[in-house]
Design a protein around this ligand. Sequence first.
Ligand SMILES: C[S@@+](CC[C@H](N)C(=O)[O-])C[C@H]1O[C@@H](n2cnc3c(N)ncnc32)[C@H](O)[C@@H]1O
Length: 277
Amino acid sequence: MADARLISEHWGAGDVFSKIYAAMLEAGIDPSRVTVDQLAPVDHFHARGFPATRDLADALPIGEDERILDIGCGVGGPARYLAQRFGCRVDGIDITAPFVEAANKLTDLVGLEDRVTIQIADGQSLPFVDAQFDGGYSQHVTMNVADRDRFFAEAFRVLKPGAFFALTEHGLGPTGDPHHPVPWSQDGAGAFLVPPSETVQSLSKAGFSRIGVTDTGQDYLDAYRSAIAAAGRGELPAFGVHILLGETADEKVRNAARNIEEHRTHPVQIICRKPAA
Ligand SMILES: C[S@@+](CC[C@H](N)C(=O)[O-])C[C@H]1O[C@@H](n2cnc3c(N)ncnc32)[C@H](O)[C@@H]1O
């Protein structure tokens, strides 16, 4: 699939694990004793980073030993955090091979390999049989998904009746035409933003109900502004998410903020349910 290759090359150029490992050493973190908390500044690879995952987790009904699916799990920070916090098991899938490799190596480093399993797959075609998971989520992935109906139908298929599904993303704002580069696209290629109302329709078409939408724009904007200010003062930490954003990291973050300010994007968190049988 042409889109899949383009998107994975955008996200995962080079040896991602070595980049993270080198940054750990530079930050004075001992990789042989690293903890889930210490990895958090890098491995929650989405707007607002770890605080956004924590806030989402606060809203999710996850029980011990439940099986949860992370679609587009990146380098696996959210999966490891949920596994540690709730004692659940998390299966992650991601389209970007260097992220999957890094995710599994990081999971081994923190000793969570019996609870977190990550493999290469496309969220538009999940490698799981029906009704396997007690809940699923997808943080900042759908900006790159060409066929949302199929993506949500696949999530619906593998969830058990009554399971939750959560997603966070940058929807398309009323002004449209986002500035590039942004974290999910260098020049607009591989970007498929739609207004939140269309995402809700697509979720509903897949069968989801009780769809709750929260506007996260101001929270993201505040986080982007503080990252921009820290970069301006030359105070970005050695171990931070910018190491995964490549050479145009500063520009991507500035554009992500400006797109929200100009209502070109509309960030949201959405939580819904597969109806109980
Ligand atoms: C911004 S990162 C978010 C990673 C992770 N969800 C997190 O929050 O830390 C976006 C991720 O979506 C993945 N992705 C994009 N399209 C995908 C698809 N169709 N199926 C699976 N993963 C996808 C990318 O490879 C990348 O790892």
